[in-house]
Write a protein that binds this ligand. Structure first.
Ligand code: COA
Length: 269
């Protein structure tokens, strides 16, 4: 089975250094893997060192690149700043920050505790700002910097049971456009990817349990879920010289889901 990544030439990211938050698992792991496959050295960060160690070893074995795993909670600005500093000390620079760390669950607005709402805002939105702010100086020094934020399509419509994640991801998209405007003059592009339902992710397990997955699939014009490699391919494109003039754009990759039905996962009240 050909991979969507096969269209890129080997070495297209040679000499690049990327830091990927949430890179231990899921979509962010897929992006870290793809970046390493095409020649980048990569640092992955998340909360769990054992998960990072396992992923880093797997990516090293699969790609032959240097992959560093550093435990840091994106909600902690100092921990994120330490991870950025460590990455630069270890690899000599930083060209790309991928903000992929996220937390989510299904919860009705009227039953969600303030702390539950705040927790998702802190991970997805404030975590994205924390990492971008910490990475600014090395990205500027790179001369070819990129902030790549992973958001969602939840906030394009009202999505039931997702008020916390919708609010967070709307903010993440705002960060994407704002940084494109503020940091373009420093040689830093800012782009986003808004994935729809992607198979084999923690998000899908949490958001589409049981037969909800079948209903969700039926509502997607492409009649299937996306793959992690399809998101990773977009990330490689956005990082590559082919996207050198792309900034401030959020690329929706959802098989047409969000224009066909406002109700992600086919959930209705
Ligand atoms: N429904 C409603 N509220 C929930 C919840 C759920 N399923 N899961 C957690 N919460 C609430 C908790 O009750 C708590 O609020 P409270 O203090 O008022 O009770 C608050 O969220 C924080 O929960 P806690 O478990 O302490 O947070 P955490 O920092 O350990 O974990 C989460 C963060 C909640 C996002 C957790 O689901 C997580 O770690 N997820 C990571 C992976 C993930 O979500 N991936 C999917 C990405 S799409």
């Amino acid at each position: 089975m050909p991979s969507p990544l096969d269209v890129f030439r080997d070495g297209v990211l040679a000499g690049h250094v990327a830091l990927v938050t949430g890179g231990g698992t899921g979509i962010s792991r897929g992006i870290a893997h793809a970046f390493a496959r095409f020649g980048a050295d990569v640092c992955i960060i998340s909360r769990k060192q054992d998960v990072l160690d396992r992923t880093a070893e797997e990516l090293r074995a699969a790609t032959g690149r240097k992959v560093l795993g550093l435990a840091a909670d994106v909600r902690d600005p100092e921990a994120v700043a330490r991870a950025v500093t460590h990455t630069v000390e270890h690899f000599g620079k930083l060209d790309t920050l991928v903000n992929g760390a996220a937390g989510n669950f299904l919860a009705p607005a009227a039953g969600l505790s303030p702390n539950g709402f705040r927790t998702v805002i802190e991970i997805d939105l404030i975590g994205t700002f924390n990492a971008a702010r910490a990475a600014f100086e090395p990205l500027r020094a790179s001369g070819n910097g990129l902030v790549l934020n992973i958001s969602a399509t939840l906030h394009y419509h009202g999505t039931p049971l997702q008020i916390h994640a919708s609010a967070a991801k709307a903010g993440v998209d705002a960060i994407t456009t704002n940084l494109a405007v503020e940091w373009g003059r420093f040689g830093i592009r800012s782009c986003g990817i808004a994935p729809g339902p992607i198979a084999d992710t923690e998000g899908m397990k949490r958001l589409a349990p049981g037969d909800i997955a079948d209903r969700a699939r039926a509502a997607i014009p492409a009649a299937r879920f996306g793959t992690i490699e399809e998101i990773a391919a977009a990330a490689v494109f956005l990082r590559s010289p082919a996207a050198a003039y792309v900034s401030g754009h959020v690329m929706v990759i959802d098989g047409g889901q969000c224009i066909a039905t406002p109700s992600l996962m086919g959930v209705s009240l």
